[in-house]
Every structure is written in C-alpha cells, then in structure tokens.
Write a protein that binds this ligand. Sequence first.
Ligand SMILES: Nc1nc2c(ncn2[C@@H]2O[C@H](COP(=O)(O)OP(=O)(O)O)[C@@H](O)[C@H]2O)c(=O)[nH]1
Ligand SMILES: [Mg+2]
Length: 369
Amino acid sequence: MRKYRKFIDSLRIHVRGGSGGMGYPKFGGVGGKGGDVYVEAIAEQTLSKTLRAEPEKRWLGGVGGNSRKVRILGEPGEDKIVPVPLGTAIMLDKFRTLGETNKIGDKILVAKGGAGGSPANQFNGQHGQALNLTLELKLIADIGLVGFPNAGKSTLLKAISRAKPKIASYPFTTIRPNIGIVEYPDKRQISIADLPGLVEGSWANMGMGHKFLRHVERTNLLLYIVDINGFKMGPQYPHRTPIENVILLNKELELYKDDLLDKPCVLLVNKMDDDKTEEKLKRFLQEYSDLAELCQEFPEEMQPKRLVKFDDIIPCSAKFNMDSVEYIKKRLRKLLDIYDDEINCRLTTTSAVKAEVDNKLREKSKQFV
Ligand SMILES: Nc1nc2c(ncn2[C@@H]2O[C@H](COP(=O)(O)OP(=O)(O)O)[C@@H](O)[C@H]2O)c(=O)[nH]1
Ligand SMILES: [Mg+2]
C-alpha cells in the first residue's frame, strides 16, 4: 500500500528548557545549567520530518547534572535542537513571532534551560522555560501566483518553469503550494510559487485560501492571473467577468493583509486563444480604466477599500501560445531586476541617512568635551 504523507505547513509543539542540576550546599557546589532549546533551519527539512522526529511534539532540553563530591560543578544539560525548514516562522500566538529562519543554519533560542543550584537559589536547580509554539512554514519565492481556481496557474507554471505541477479542470487540484524554477540564459534563477486554493470568500475562511495566502507574504512580486472568459466559483455563485475577478482578488488580498496590495504586481489575462477573446480583452481594458467607478456597483462588502495598481497587464495563453509565455518570462525578469535595484537604492539611502545622523551625534558629543 502506498503510504500517503500529508503536507504539513504548520506544527504546534511544546518546548521546555532542561532543569538546572542541584547544588551541593556543604561544598558550595553549583549544579549544571539546564540545556536550552533552539529552533534551527536545516537544509532539505520539512515540517513532516520535524513531526516524525518527535511524534509527541515535546522538545525538552537536557537536565543539568547535580553537583557531586567528585564533580563539584555539575555538567550542563544538553541543548536540544528542533530542526525546521527554511522560512519557518516561530509563533507564540497568532500575532507574536519569536523569529523566522531566513537562511540555512539560522538558530533561534526558544526556551532557556534553568539555572543550576547555587547559593543564589538555595542550591535548588531551577526549572527551564516552558512554552507552546506554532511553527509556520512560509515559502520564500520571488514571485507568487494568485488567481481563483481554473485561471491557469498550474498550466502557466508548467509552461514557464521546470516544475511539473498537477493540472486538471476542476478546483482544488493542487493541494500544496508548488514551486517552479525559471532559469535564464545568464543562469539567474527565479522561483515562482503557485498558491492554490484561493476561492471567492477565502477571507471568510472558506476553502484553503488563507492557509496559502500566508505564503504570498514573502514573495517580491505578485502575479495575478484571470481567465478572459471570467469564472464561476460553483453552482451557487454568479458568473464573474474578468474585471469582477480582478476586483474580487483585490478584495481577498486586502482582507487578508492589506499591505499585500503594495507589493509590485503584474496581471496576466489568460486563455487568449481566439478572436472572440480579442473582443473580450478590449472590453476588459476599457473597464479596467474605469475600475474605481465599476467598484461602486459592487455590494459594499465586496468593494476594495484600495485598488491594486498593476505595473503591467499581459494578455497571454499559457496553454497554446508559447511566445506569450516567453514574453512573460522576459518581462518578469526585467521587473524583478528593476525592483532589486530599487531595493538596493533604498538600502543605500537608509545607510546614507544613518551616516548623517551619526555625524550629527558626533558633532553634538564634541560640544560636551
Ligand atoms: N484555452 C485555454 N485553456 C487553458 C489555458 N490555460 C489553462 N487552461 C485550461 O484551464 C484549466 C485549468 O487550468 P489549471 O492550470 O489547472 O488552473 P489552476 O486551477 O489555476 O491551476 C485546464 O483545463 C487547462 O488546460 C489557456 O491559456 N487557454
Ligand atoms: Mg492548479
């Protein structure tokens, strides 16, 4: 029987630092310190592996050794390492983060071991820190693909990259985020994450949308994708035109986290395969130019408070027109390079500002000498 391993992108664990060892009052002996618990990013790690390594989900630091006649300073307890994948956020609760692993080898202290017994604590070893944490995997990709089911996300990812995502003509085919790598002639690689499961009403926690939207947070560019023919979420939903689709995506992202709307973004209008679609595109672009006005016609709860501003709108056919796919590939590279420059520019500015402040402080301190 084939073993089916579920993809885990969040894991609740208990961590506790080791207790300190007992001191030895008679000789003034100090107990060993309890071991600390760390979370560390390990290459090729997954949260499923983390779970398998410790199915009880309890990660405990080693207990410090007691002070003895033969060893007056008790040995320290062993540190415990919780191995996690790259891009894991360590959450105390929904809003408080202890840290995030951004590169392999990043090590974050999550529970301190207790002090060893000494005169300061009547020679009683102290308990280690104990707490419950949630490990949340946030993918790191250059680009995140966002679109409702059937827009053509998987098809595009497959056409543009070396990934082989599963494709089918019904919603929820992709149960895990899929990452494709796009390689350019100069060997530069760009990663694109297909973030499936976004549905109309994700913000109300329908479908798996929000589970996946979390991954969007760590991308540098969002690639929105809509079907030029519009879409229909299900029998009980109205048919949505492509422009309505854009408004709804805008709203879903805004409701999840509205600063997602500030990310650089590009809109792909997919399935441009025949003459009929040319007409539809014309109408779409027309409507897009009056987007703010069009929004007014939506029921209030569906109206975005702020409209997303696309850096580019690209008509394409991910399935049948490889020239359009090539164009997207080139265009994305270009945009990412521009954003990289902008980011570098911003960093230089900040350090220039910092140097200026430092200089002023130095001037000030001279006045006091
Ligand atoms: N005509 C046409 N169909 C497409 C195009 N791109 C994708 N499809 C079809 O649309 C359906 C959904 O595509 P898929 O990539 O699975 O969408 P996803 O749910 O967004 O990942 C599949 O039947 C695809 O073959 C396109 O450019 N033109
Ligand atoms: Mg898909």
